[in-house]
Every structure is written in C-alpha cells, then in structure tokens.
Design a protein around this ligand. Structure first.
Ligand code: C5P
Length: 270
C-alpha cells in the first residue's frame, strides 16, 4: 500500500489492454477500466469564509464525500483519485476513512495545485496504468445522479474520446467587453443563439491517452478539461446532463443542495 493511498489499487486487478484508436472510426472500449479523478483543492472563495469548499458539510456530510459516493455509485468506476488541497491530503484521507464507501472501489488521495488544471494533472499522474477511461468530476458537484455518470462512461466505451454532460440554457447569454471595475456597465458585443448553447457539467469522460495528451499540450487557462481536448482538434460530444448535477458555487447553492437531499430522503421513505 502506498503512503498516500487508503487502499492500494495496484497489483490485485487484471490489466486491460490499451485499445487502438482511429480518428475516422471510433473504437469501442467495451472492456476498458474506468477511474475517476475528483479535483477538490479549490478554496471556494465565492461561498464566503470558511473551510475549503469540498470540506463543507451538506446535511452533516462533507460535500467531497457526497461527490465521492456519487462517482463510486457507478459499478463501472473501480478507482477514485481525490485531489486534496495542497496542505490537506492527510485530512482528506482521514475523511475517506471515517465515512462508509463502497468496498469494491479503491481510493487514492493526492495533494492538488494552484489551479484546477494543475490539480487534475496531478490526479492523472497518480493513475495506475490499467485504467483506459478517466472521468474528471468537480467535488463541487456533489449530487450528480449515477445515471449521468453511467451515460458518460457508456459513451466513452462506445468510442467517443471526450464526453460532457450538458443542459440547454434557460437564460439568454450575452458576450460583453468586461470592465475593470465590478458593477460598471459593460458594453454587450454579441448575443449567441441560445438554442445552440449548452451549459456543461461533470463528470466529463475521456479516453485516458487523449486527456493526458491534452494536459501535456495545452497551456492556456481553461475552465474544463473537454475544452483542452477540443484544442487538440478532437471531437467532444455531449450527453444529457441533469439539474441535480449543478455546481455549488454561491451560498444559495448550499440551500438548493440541502433541498435536493431532503427531497431524496422523502422519496427514499416511500
Ligand atoms: O473554482 P471552480 O468552482 O471552477 O472549481 C471546480 C473544481 O475544481 C472544484 O471541485 C475545486 O475544488 C477544484 N479545484 C482544484 N484545485 C484548484 C482550484 C479548484 O482542485 N486549485
């Protein structure tokens, strides 16, 4: 067992053969093994003062534990790599040990970096070789339903190199010329056609080789992993997202997340 693992994924598992790929013809990865990387190293300043966002409680349980359980709920996911705040790996390891998690899943904890991108890369670096499909899931989306996770995995298994859950937008979106001072009127420069826009969520699913290449190649600041794969010229596809996979960013999102959990408890009771 390695120093930074709760349970070691190495050794016990059979090694899947890497699948050959062709740009013209998607190659099915029906036997590929799937790991999830959960970047959880953000401070979450938009939530207000307090613990790092991923460690804040929802219904008494840290958001990160909800997110880990949401990914481990998929029977296809056999390893979850949690990327902890740079100085918070021991605390995160203790948290995972203290909460009930599926026996069939292995867990690793690694320290994260200054940006989400760097944190994801550090998580990818920790993956054992036998995983051919990688999901990247924000700890800040603790309530993603397992059906969404499975739909992403299935689409990568069918041959897509990059898959994102996506929802149509309710709001019209404007592109503006940002001003230096918050609150100043900003000139609108364009209104993209709403029907062609999607809000994308996580987990985003990838052919591992493609995602690693994207992280080695793309140095621009990005806000999701799929956009790095787009920059390689590879095709990214969407699957339907879910309203419960929203990102907890602002204080009101905590209220909404508690309400979703309350609704689930009520539904489970019947
Ligand atoms: O800041 P944002 O909400 O986009 O963060 C998305 C996810 O990336 C969160 O789960 C956060 O913990 C993670 N993150 C990270 N390392 C950073 C910054 C953000 O793992 N340095």
């Amino acid at each position: 067992m390695s120093d930074d693992s709760r349970t070691s994924p190495a050794g016990a598992q059979p090694t899947a053969q890497p699948t050959a790929r062709s740009a013209a013809q998607p190659t099915a990865r029906t036997t590929a093994r799937t790991a999830a990387v959960i970047p959880a190293a953000g401070r979450g300043v938009r939530l207000g003062p307090g613990a790092p966002k991923a460690l804040r409680a929802l219904n008494g349980t840290p958001m990160l534990i909800h997110a880990v359980r949401a990914l481990a709920a998929s029977r296809a996911v056999s390893l979850v790599v949690v990327v902890a705040p740079p100085d918070g790996a021991p605390e995160v390891k203790s948290l995972l040990d203290a909460h009930a998690l599926p026996e069939r899943t292995d867990f690793l904890v690694v320290p994260g970096g200054d940006s989400r991108q760097e944190s994801v890369r550090l998580g990818l670096d920790a993956l054992p070789p036998e995983y051919d499909i990688v999901l990247v899931h924000d700890a800040a989306r603790p309530l993603v339903p397992v059906d969404t996770v499975d739909a992403v995995i299935e689409t990568v298994r069918e041959g897509a190199v990059a898959v994102v859950p996506a929802l149509p937008l309710a709001d019209t979106v404007k592109e503006v010329e940002p001003t230096a001072t918050p609150g100043e009127p900003e000139p609108v420069v364009a209104t993209p056609e709403r029907a062609r826009l999607r809000a994308v969520q996580t987990p985003q699913g990838f052919d591992r080789v493609t995602l690693v290449r994207a992280h080695e190649t793309v140095t621009d600041d990005v806000t999701d992993d799929a956009s790095m794969v787009e920059q390689l010229g590879e095709t990214v596809v969407t699957v339907p997202g879910h309203e419960e996979a929203f990102k907890v960013t602002r204080p009101l999102d905590l209220v909404l997340a508690e309400a979703v959990l309350a609704r689930r408890r009520l539904n489970d009771g019947f």
